[in-house]
Design a protein around this ligand. Structure first.
Ligand SMILES: *[C@@H]1O[C@H](CO)[C@@H](O)[C@H](O)[C@H]1NC(C)=O
Ligand SMILES: *[C@@H]1O[C@H](CO)[C@@H](O)[C@H](O)[C@H]1NC(C)=O
Ligand SMILES: *[C@@H]1O[C@H](CO)[C@@H](O)[C@H](O)[C@H]1NC(C)=O
Ligand SMILES: *[C@@H]1O[C@H](CO)[C@@H](O)[C@H](O)[C@H]1NC(C)=O
Ligand SMILES: *[C@@H]1O[C@H](CO)[C@@H](O)[C@H](O)[C@H]1NC(C)=O
Ligand SMILES: *[C@@H]1O[C@H](CO)[C@@H](O)[C@H](O)[C@H]1NC(C)=O
Ligand SMILES: *[C@@H]1O[C@H](CO)[C@@H](O)[C@H](O)[C@H]1NC(C)=O
Ligand SMILES: *[C@@H]1O[C@H](CO)[C@@H](O)[C@H](O)[C@H]1NC(C)=O
Ligand SMILES: *[C@@H]1O[C@H](CO)[C@@H](O)[C@H](O)[C@H]1NC(C)=O
Ligand SMILES: *[C@@H]1O[C@H](CO)[C@@H](O)[C@H](O)[C@H]1NC(C)=O
Ligand SMILES: *[C@@H]1O[C@H](CO)[C@@H](O)[C@H](O)[C@H]1NC(C)=O
Length: 510
């Protein structure tokens, strides 16, 4: 069954659930760091082209390799031994070498092809010289060029082939690749720091908990590891979107809040959809008012999540809404916000093509990464849209033939009572967040122990700290990154002392 919007409209009983599921899933596509806009926007092509050009420029430093990865790490049936080619990229330019036990920075891939991370995740290159670090970037299975079963179509074809597509397999892949690299470079004593953002940030923190013998520490940027089960209130995400808009402008916030019922009112008039299509200059005639509402909702969420300096997209949207000519009606103001954010275009495209990220992430959220994100009555600036697990399970089962396992993440990785559980067990994890990022509602925002630390900024956005440093960066962002670097330095210093002590003791004992 192909997950498309047209399918969602065939059967009325499924309409609500699938429509709801799709709109939810579009939102969770965005736990992506490298792109400032979601993949569904036409602007994607520009970003891709930019990074391709940049990759050509730096291709001498970045070398691509493939590892023969095991399909299934967790059992011993013959088909588990199938392999696929997993892509990883290394940059040796700054490395101090194995003899010096110089560190390895490993970027753990997330729900996208690896390419954009090479330029988009600046933290590794920006700090490589200071640490004399080897840089390794590993692609997540089922994305980019790291696809089992020969092709993406085959790999996502049925419930059996999709079954190997999960986070536990992915971090086991990373462990194998890193151990292989260390062995091959005779760098067994080089400490590894794993780095990831968003979903990749979750993987980085979980990797440190599960594979302490492979990674000395983790930098987990904007990792919403507490958005599972009932740990975080459902409306955490949209409450922060709402707060961001309200802080930017009270009148902008009220206009948005009032606009939904106004859209419904106009849509219910004769020719209402046609009026809305003209008002919002949509490329295609609207068929349902939710097409417009989804479009706007996504725009506000993306603006809040990627509310980066120096442009601050929330401020851009509100500048349009508040700056509309005196006496403009609500919908004209909302449209002025669209134009301010998207630019003056010949028309505004509300449709979305599926991408490998949206398709892959939809499976992941429908199997194990079940994040109950919803909204109640009047608790955000958006219309209510509660998360209903029953409906969610029905929708996912009809899409994929297997039901989600909504509690597996907390069984396998934990999350409940995180401070109580981790403060005597875990070490060397940085949970970094920007509190204007809606996903920070489910981030770790309190220090857990002396080395499991929460480093956040009041005005930061999604994954901001691991994006490339820029001369326009505000002081608080420079400070956040500096703190993170100092913490990682202290882990490595401690590790070298431990390593020396172990070596001396070994010499003494034998
Ligand atoms: C990976 O597998 C292919 C095909 O089985 C083989 O030709 C190749 O030598 C293997 N590469 C490594 C590094 O083991
Ligand atoms: C590293 O150490 C080994 C053994 O001591 C030595 O043979 C080799 O030349 C050293 N390599 C470098 C690059 O210094
Ligand atoms: C899924 O596809 C694989 C590979 O083509 C095939 O071997 C298998 O029988 C299929 N499984 C199901 C349950 O359809
Ligand atoms: C409305 O439906 C038509 C036909 O399915 C489609 O081509 C068009 O893109 C839809 N409009 C929007 C705004 O999605
Ligand atoms: C947008 O573009 C149109 C035609 O390209 C132009 O007439 C209009 O003035 C522009 N609006 C703004 C606000 O720049
Ligand atoms: C709108 O976007 C869809 C999906 O990306 C694309 O197929 C379509 O061609 C676009 N329409 C226009 C008029 O740009
Ligand atoms: C919704 O919230 C707004 C602002 O917080 C308040 O003015 C309004 O009375 C509330 N409406 C309902 C129906 O609770
Ligand atoms: C969830 O949806 C189901 C089926 O549509 C409905 O029966 C149930 O009451 C809903 N649960 C909640 C908590 O709203
Ligand atoms: C956690 O501890 C670090 C290091 O002492 C400090 O920089 C940071 O501000 C603390 N975080 C919080 C949320 O208190
Ligand atoms: C955050 O930004 C607001 C303006 O949007 C500013 O007033 C405030 O001082 C900033 N806070 C910090 C800690 O930088
Ligand atoms: C810094 O940011 C500006 C504005 O976002 C951008 O145009 C510029 O290319 C960036 N510079 C570097 C060195 O990345």
């Amino acid at each position: 069954m192909k997950p498309q919007k047209s399918t969602a409209m065939n059967s009325s009983s499924l309409t609500i659930s699938l429509q709801w599921l799709l709109s939810l899933i579009f939102l969770i596509i965005f736990p992506t760091c490298a792109t400032a806009t979601p993949s569904k926007l036409p602007r994607l092509s520009t970003i891709l082209r930019e990074s391709e050009t940049f990759s050509e420029l730096i291709s001498e430093d970045f070398q691509t390799f493939f590892y023969n990865q095991t399909l299934d790490h967790f059992n011993y049936r013959p088909e588990s031994y199938y392999t696929f080619q997993q892509r990883y990229v290394m940059n040796f330019k700054y490395w101090g070498g194995a003899n010096a036990s110089a560190p390895i920075f490993a970027y753990l891939g997330a729900e996208a092809a690896l390419d954009s991370a090479l330029t988009g995740v600046g933290f590794l290159v920006d700090n490589a010289l200071q640490f004399k670090a080897l840089l390794v970037y590993i692609e997540h299975r089922y994305y980019g060029q790291s696809i089992p079963f020969g092709s993406r179509e085959e790999a996502l074809k049925n419930a059996s082939t999709r079954g190997y597509f999960n986070s536990a397999q992915a971090i086991a892949d990373y462990a194998e690749v890193l151990e292989y690299i260390k062995k091959k470079l005779l760098a067994e004593n080089s400490p590894v720091i794993v780095i990831g953002g968003s979903y990749g940030g979750m993987l980085a923190s979980w990797f440190r908990l599960k594979y302490p013998h492979v990674a000395l520490g983790a930098l987990a940027s904007s990792a919403p590891i507490l958005y599972f089960d009932d740990i975080t209130p459902q409306n955490g995400y949209y409450s922060i979107v709402t707060k961001d808009f309200r802080e930017a402008s009270e009148s902008c916030y009220s206009t948005i809040r009032e606009s939904w019922s106004e859209i419904d009112r106009v849509a219910s008039e004769p020719n209402g959809l046609s009026i809305l299509s003209k008002k919002f200059n949509t490329c295609a005639e609207l068929n349902k008012s939710y097409e417009l509402k989804d479009y706007l909702e996504t725009m506000y969420a993306v603006a809040a999540q990627y509310n980066h300096p120096p442009k601050y997209p929330v401020t851009m949207v509100c500048g349009g809404i508040d700056g509309a000519p005196e006496g403009s009606d609500i919908l004209s103001r909302i449209f002025a916000g669209v134009v301010a954010y998207r630019g003056n275009r010949s028309c505004y495209n509300t449709s979305v093509n599926p991408t490998e990220t949206s398709e892959g992430w939809r499976w992941q959220t429908c199997s194990e990464m079940v994040m109950p994100i919803g909204r109640g009555d009047n608790d955000t600036m958006f219309p209510p849209s509660p998360f209903n697990l029953t409906t969610f399970i029905q929708g996912c089962t009809s899409l994929y033939d297997v039901p989600p396992r909504p509690h597996w993440i907390t069984s396998y990785y934990g999350g409940h009572d995180i401070k109580l559980i981790l403060h005597r067990f875990a070490s060397n994890i940085i949970f970094s967040n920007g509190l204007r990022d809606p996903y920070s509602s489910a981030g770790v925002l309190k220090n857990i122990s002396l080395t499991v630390l929460a480093i956040h900024t009041v005005n930061g956005s999604h994954c901001l700290d691991i994006l490339p440093a820029n001369s326009t960066d505000p002081e608080w962002l420079i400070m956040q990154r500096r703190t993170e670097v100092e913490i990682i330095e202290s882990w490595i210093t401690q590790y070298y002392a431990d390593l020396d002590a172990t070596r001396k003791r070994t010499m003494f004992e034998y």
